[in-house]
Design a binder for this molecule. Structure first.
Ligand code: MG
Length: 162
């Protein structure tokens, strides 16, 4: 019996909230728009869980990091839908011969409330990855920049195999 080649990848992302609302950005997490919430600043739509999972996938496959493939300097990714970036990264990993087992992502934020939109975010992310994605939300308990509601951070893990 051959032993499958199984690898794990870890990913991280963080974006800060706009201090002065530009009016042109919306808060997007896991492909869900949160109306009435402050938006995150970023070159793309600043979708933290999508970026953290994409980072984890690239890491698992030894394919470099997200910034190398989707640089902030590239106008192609300005305002990009990060679910499309995530789907593209998933395709890159599969093109290298891997199957994606699952992804798990934890968001750390004081707002918005995650639970009411969790299923919708998991569904959007799972579709983009083509494998099950689970998402959890945690508060920073008032500690540090995230606790002061200055931004949102995300930590992701993925398993790939071939
Ligand atoms: Mg990012």
């Amino acid at each position: 019996m051959s032993i499958p080649d199984i690898r794990v990848g870890q990913g991280f992302d963080v974006h800060r909230f706009e201090v002065e609302p530009s009016g042109s950005r919306r808060l997007v997490l896991g492909g869900c728009v949160f109306d009435g919430e402050p938006a995150l600043i970023g070159h793309s739509d600043a979708d933290v869980p999508a970026h953290a999972i994409a980072d984890a996938l690239l890491s698992a496959g030894g394919l470099g990091d997200l910034g190398a493939h989707f640089p902030d300097s590239d106008p192609r990714w300005e305002g990009a839908d990060s679910l499309e970036i995530l789907a593209e990264v998933s395709g890159m990993v599969r093109a290298d011969g891997w199957s994606i087992g699952n992804a798990s992502v934890a968001l750390v934020c004081e707002r918005p409330r995650i639970a009411p939109r969790r299923a919708e975010m998991e569904s959007n992310l799972s579709t983009a990855v083509g494998a099950p994605v689970s998402l959890t939300g945690r508060r920073a308990e008032g500690l540090g920049a995230i606790g002061r509601v200055e931004g949102i951070a995300g930590f992701a893990s993925v398993v790939i195999l071939r």
